[in-house]
Design a protein around this ligand. Structure first.
Ligand SMILES: Nc1ncnc2c1ncn2[C@@H]1O[C@H](COP(=O)(O)OP(=O)(O)O)[C@@H](O)[C@H]1O
Ligand SMILES: [Mg+2]
Length: 259
């Protein structure tokens, strides 16, 4: 799938948002933003069954910065896809903002995803034919309630937050990897999601640009954003307040008690 197609499918093929999300916000503020209980994910492929996640229980509070780490194949991306409502669990409970989302179908997941989730990918997934500001505006175009002036205001503000306002009219191909990822962070932020999910956000970057993107995520956390970042790099993972280590589809350790 190319970047445009994958981003569009991420946004649920343009499913229009309704006022349904306000019910989510009305849920008690005291409940954790994310609550998983006994979550399982089994992939059935030909003759093989892969238990990608087994009995995963996890809570993420508003304002947390959580790193999920562990060896390749341990289930990190699968967990992030389920957290981001890109995929559904095979079993167990998932409560997002006080709402039971484990059993939702594809369309309902897409709608909540567009309102509540900001995604940052290892490969940036910017659309080459769109300018920086058009890329950042894209998630907002799926929301009928936001008019053009408000969209422009939000895009400018998101680009300001990531230090890329001066490149608004440029195209992704004219930017370094680190700059592209900062634009991707702006795109994830622009809809004011409840949580930012990042899968190996520094994985395609050299150490200098990786450091800059990591610093940006830390700034967002200090500004009150809730983040969940997958990283197999222990030094980046350690910079989140909380480190959840996975092994063979299970949570192996979680330093939540220590912070
Ligand atoms: N769509 C899929 N179909 C079948 N198996 C999958 C699929 N996605 C992931 N897996 C398997 O699930 C396990 C966990 O994968 P993944 O979550 O991508 O791990 P990580 O991100 O930690 O490297 C691996 O064994 C992987 O091969
Ligand atoms: Mg992965």
């Amino acid at each position: 799938m190319n970047a445009a197609a994958s981003f569009q499918s991420l946004q649920g093929e343009g499913v229009a948002a309704t006022g349904e999300a306000s019910a989510v916000h009305a849920a008690a503020a005291a409940t954790p933003l994310i609550r998983l209980r006994g979550l399982d994910k089994v992939f059935d492929t030909d003759e093989v069954q892969t238990h990608a996640l087994s009995a995963v229980s996890l809570e993420i509070a508003r304002g947390d910065f959580v790193a999920i780490t562990g060896p390749s194949g341990c289930g990190k991306s699968t967990l992030l896809s389920i957290l981001g409502l890109l995929d559904a669990p095979s079993g167990g409970e998932y409560w997002l903002n006080g709402r039971d989302v484990a059993g939702l179908g594809r369309a309902a997941r897409a709608q909540i995803r567009n309102d509540e989730i900001g995604f940052i990918f290892q490969s940036f997934n910017l659309i080459a034919d769109l300018s920086v500001e058009e890329n950042v505006e894209l998630p907002l175009t799926y929301r009928n309630a936001i008019g053009r002036d408000e969209r422009r205001r939000r895009v400018a503000s998101a680009l300001e937050r990531v230090g890329m306002a001066h490149r608004a009219r440029h195209y992704p191909g004219q930017l370094s990897g680190g700059q592209q990822q900062r634009v991707a962070v702006a795109r994830a932020l622009v809809g004011e999601p409840a949580i930012l999910l990042a899968d190996e956000p520094t994985g395609n970057l050299d150490s200098h640009n990786g450091e800059a993107v990591m610093g940006l995520l830390e700034d967002l956390h200090r500004g009150g954003s809730t983040l969940c970042m997958v990283s197999h790099d222990p030094s980046f993972a350690a910079r989140a307040g909380r480190v959840v280590r996975m092994l063979d589809g299970r949570i192996h350790s979680d330093n939540a008690e220590a912070v």
